[in-house]
Write a new protein. Structure first.
Length: 128
């Protein structure tokens, strides 16, 4: 039996001729945050989110931070947060700009925000 190897690098395929595919334990983390805003708060939420995104892009562990607004339902937003490693998401939540955003937009939401976490498969992490 060939021993399984676990590398501590970015998520990469590791294969042998006869063993199954395994992955390393660190990987990029992509988070989609779905937010539905009260109709009278759309402009304020958008501005607060853009300000948070601008500051977030200054963080070393953030590869991308998108603020998307649905065309047919302008009260629906999607925040796409791409972290170089899962621990970078935790560091982001410790920043002053995230705290300002979280507290500032809390009453603007029509429903509680929800997030869905993904790990990157393609393009390779270096492509971000």
């Amino acid at each position: 039996m060939i021993p399984l190897i676990l590398l501590r690098y970015r998520r990469r395929l590791i294969t042998s001729n006869t063993e199954p595919v395994i992955y390393s334990e660190t990987f990029m983390l992509i988070v989609h945050v779905h937010v539905c805003v009260k109709p009278d708060c759309i402009a304020a939420f958008r501005e607060a989110s853009l300000e948070n995104a601008r500051h977030s892009l200054q963080e070393e562990g953030i590869a991308r931070f998108d603020v998307l607004q649905e065309q047919d339902e302008p009260a629906n937003f999607l925040l796409v947060e791409v972290y170089r490693a899962p621990e970078d998401a935790a560091r982001h939540k410790e920043t002053a700009h995230y705290a300002r955003w979280r507290e500032g937009v809390a009453d603007m939401m029509a429903t509680p925000r929800r997030s869905v976490k993904y790990q990157n498969d393609f393009p390779p992490d270096e492509g971000w």
